[in-house]
Design a protein around this ligand. Structure first.
Ligand code: ATP
Length: 571
C-alpha cells in the first residue's frame, strides 16, 4: 500500500493532466447518459405524435450530448494518456536514480533477469495505475451520484435501484474478486520473473551450455517456465472474465428491475409513462462507467505488486554521496593509505578482507599478488568505491574514501578490470568512452601503442566484443586507460591474456604513461614485477608480506616460495 501511495504521488506531479482527464471523463460519461436519456424521452414523446416544435428542444439536446460525448471522450483520452506517459517517464527516472548507487552490489542480491523484468515489466504494469485503478472509481462515483440525483426527481425507486447497483458493481463484486485476485496475480508475477530469469541465463550462457551439451536441458527448463507462465496467465484471464460477466449481469438485472418498478409506477400513476424509456436507457448507460470496475481488482493487484517489487529494490537506504572535493587538484599526486580494512560480502559468513594495512605513496607503483580468491580484486574494487569500507579506514590524500565523491574519483582514475565491457559499434566508439572529443589522430596513435595497429578506427566491434580475442580486448581496454586523464591507475590483471613479449611491451607502455602517477596492479603472475616499487602479497584475505621485489626475494618468504614454484612450473 505504501508503495502504491508513492507511485500515486508520482502521478500527482501531473496534477493538471489528472484533473483535466477526470473532468473530461466525467463529461463523456454524463454526456452518454444524457444522450440516451434524451433519446429515450424523444422516442416516447414522438410516439404520442406531438407537434414538431415540441420535439425541437429534445432533438437539439440529443445532438448536443452526442457532440459533447465525442469531444470530451477525445479530451479524456488525450489528458489521461498524457498523465500516464509522463508518470511512466518520472517513474523510470526515479527508479533508475534509486538503483544506480547500489550497483554493482545490487547484482549480488537480484538476478539480472529479475531486475530486467522489474525495470521493464513492472514499470510497464504501472501505466495502468492511473488509467484503470485511480481514475475509474473517481469518475464512476461522480457519474453515479449525478445520475442518481437526476433519477430521484422522476422515480425514487429507480434511484434506489441505481444506488444498489452502484454499490454492487462498484464495491461488493470488485472486493469479492480482489481477494482471490491477490493469489492469482502473485502467481502470474512469480512465473513471469522465473521465465525472465531463465531467458536471460539462456541468452548469456548460450555458448557454454552448447559446449557442455546442456542446452537442451536448459531449453526444456525454459519451456517449462514458459508453460507455467502461460497457465497462470490463462487462470488470470478466466478469473477476470468471471468478474466482468458477473458485473454486467448485475447491471442488466438492475435495468430489468428499473423497467419492472417503472412499469408498476406508471400503472399506479406515480410516473408519467413518457419517462419510462428514459429511465431504462439511463440505467443501461450509467453502468458503462462501472464496467472498468470489473477489471479493477486485477489492475489494482498488478499495480500493487509492481510497485512493491520496484520499491523493495529501491527501499534499501541509498548511500549518501558526498559532494565533490572543493580543491580542483585534490585528485592529483595521489597517496593512498589503508588501515585495518575488513570486508564481508552481504550474507557471507567469512570476511574476504581481514584487517588489511597498506600505504601507497605518491607516484608509487604497487603490485598486489597472491593465490586466486585471496581478495586482490576485492581490495582493488574497494579503492574504486565499488564496495564500501565496512571496517577500518582507507584514505586518499588524507580524505577518508567514504567522504570522496565517486564521480570525482572515477573522473581521475584510469581503470582496467578483469572483464571490461565492449559496446556494439566500432573501435572508435569503444575508445571514445575515454573522452568523446578525442580526435582520430590521437585514437590511432594509441591504437598503435597498444599493438592494435592491425585495426582501423572504423572496424566493427560486435556485442560484448565477440569478434575480438581476449588479448585484443585487454589491449583495447588499456588503450582506453591510456587515453583517459587521471593520476591514479587501478589495473586488475590487465595483461593476463597476452603473450610474454606483448605483455612486457604493454607493461613498458603503462610505465611510460604513468611515470608520475600512482599505480596499483593486481596480478596472479609473478614475472615482470621487478619494475614495481612495492609488492603486496595476499593470502586468505590478509597481507602476508610486502616490500620491493629485491626485499621480498632476499627475505625468502612467501613471495620467494611462490616465485620458486612459478620458475619450476615454467622450467
Ligand atoms: N560478489 C561476491 N559475492 C560473494 N563473494 C564474493 C563475491 N566476489 C568475490 N567473492 C569471494 O571473495 C573472495 C575474494 O575474491 P577476489 O575476486 O577478490 O579474489 P582474487 O584474489 O582477485 O581472485 P582471482 O585472482 O581469482 O581474481 C573469493 O573467495 C570469492 O569467492
Amino acid at each position: 500500500m505504501k508503495a502504491v501511495m508513492q507511485v500515486t504521488r508520482l502521478i500527482m506531479i501531473e496534477k493538471k493532466n489528472v484533473f483535466l482527464a477526470i473532468v473530461f471523463g466525467f463529461l463523456a460519461a454524463i454526456a452518454s447518459v444524457g444522450l440516451l436519456a434524451a433519446s429515450g424521452y424523444l422516442i416516447s414523446k414522438s410516439a404520442l405524435q406531438p407537434p414538431l416544435y415540441t420535439l425541437t428542444a429534445t432533438i437539439i439536446a440529443v445532438r448536443f450530448f452526442g457532440l459533447l460525448r465525442a469531444g470530451s471522450r477525445y479530451g479524456e483520452r488525450y489528458f489521461s494518456h498524457q498523465a500516464t506517459f509522463t508518470m511512466l517517464s518520472h517513474l523510470r527516472t526515479y527508479f533508475y536514480e534509486r538503483i544506480e548507487p547500489h550497483a554493482p552490489g545490487i547484482f549480488q542480491k537480484y538476478r539480472s533477469g529479475d531486475l530486467l523484468s522489474r525495470v521493464v515489466g513492472d514499470v510497464e504494469s504501472l501505466q495502468y495505475l492511473f488509467l484503470r485503478v485511480v481514475y475509474p472509481p473517481i469518475v464512476m462515483l461522480i457519474v453515479f451520484f449525478s445520475t442518481i440525483l437526476f433519477t430521484y426527481f422522476y422515480s425514487l425507486y429507480s434511484a434506489l435501484l441505481l444506488f444498489i447497483g452502484f454499490i454492487l458493481t462498484g464495491f461488493v463484486i470488485p472486493a469479492w474478486f480482489a481477494v482471490r485476485e491477490r493469489y492469482v496475480d502473485a502467481n502470474v508475477r512469480e512465473k513471469r520473473g522465473d521465465l525472465s530469469a531463465e531467458a536471460t541465463e539462456l541468452l548469456y550462457g548460450f555458448r557454454d551450455l552448447k559446449i557442455h551439451r546442456q542446452l537442451e536441458k536448459r531449453e526444456d527448463e525454459m519451456s517449462r517456465a514458459s508453460m507455467d507462465y502461460i497457465n497462470e496467465q490463462e487462470k488470470e484471464t478466466i478469473h477476470q472474465s468471471y468478474s466482468e460477466t458477473i458485473n454486467s449481469q448485475i447491471a442488466f438485472l438492475i435495468t430489468w428491475f428499473v423497467l419492472l418498478v417503472g412499469a408498476f409506477s406508471v400503472e399506479s400513476g406515480q410516473l408519467d409513462g413518457v419517462f419510462l424509456a428514459m429511465l431504462v436507457l439511463i440505467s443501461l448507460t450509467v453502468f458503462e462507467s462501472a464496467t472498468p470496475m470489473a477489471s479493477f481488482p486485477s489492475n489494482y493487484e498488478s499495480s500493487r505488486h509492481a510497485a512493491e517489487r520496484l520499491y523493495t529494490v529501491t527501499a534499501e537506504s541509498t548511500p549518501e554521496e558526498p559532494p565533490p572535493h572543493e580543491d580542483a587538484f585534490f585528485m592529483e599526486n595521489i597517496e593512498i593509505s589503508g588501515h585495518g580494512i575488513t570486508f564481508r560480502f552481504p550474507d557471507q559468513p567469512r570476511p574476504v578482507l581481514k584487517g588489511v594495512d597498506f600505504h601507497l605513496p605518491v607516484g608509487s607503483k604497487t603490485a598486489i599478488v597472491g593465490p586466486s580468491g585471496s581478495g586482490k580484486s576485492t581490495l582493488l574494487q574497494m579503492l574504486m568505491k565499488m564496495y564500501p569500507i565496512q571496517e577500518g579506514e582507507c584514505s586518499i590524500n588524507g580524505s577518508p574514501l567514504n567522504e570522496i565523491n565517486k564521480e570525482q574519483l572515477w573522473e581521475h582514475t584510469r581503470i582496467v578490470l578483469q572483464h571490461n565491457h565492449f559496446f556494439y559499434g566500432t573501435i572508435r566508439d569503444n575508445l571514445q568512452i575515454a573522452g568523446s572529443d578525442l580526435a582520430d589522430e590521437r585514437l590511432a596513435e594509441v591504437l598503435e601503442q597498444v599493438k592494435l595497429d592491425g585495426f582501423s578506427l572504423d572496424d566493427p566491434v560486435y556485442e560484448k566484443g565477440e569478434n575480438l580475442s581476449g588479448g585484443e580486448k585487454q589491449r583495447l581496454a588499456i588503450g582506453r586507460a591510456v587515453l583517459k586523464n587521471g593520476s591514479l591507475w587501478l589495473l586488475d590483471e590487465p595483461t593476463s591474456s597476452l603473450d610474454a613479449v606483448t605483455e612486457s611491451e604493454i607493461h613498458q607502455l603503462i610505465l611510460h604513461h604513468s611515470q608520475d602517477d600512482t599505480l596499483v596492479l593486481v596480478s596472479h603472475q609473478l614475472k615482470g614485477l621487478e619494475w614495481m616499487d612495492q609488492i603486496i602479497v595476499m593470502d586468505g584475505g590478509e597481507i602476508v608480506e610486502s616490500g620491493s621485489f629485491e626485499t621480498l626475494m632476499a627475505k625468502k618468504g612467501y613471495f620467494y616460495e611462490m616465485k620458486q614454484i612459478e620458475r619450476e612450473v615454467l622450467a
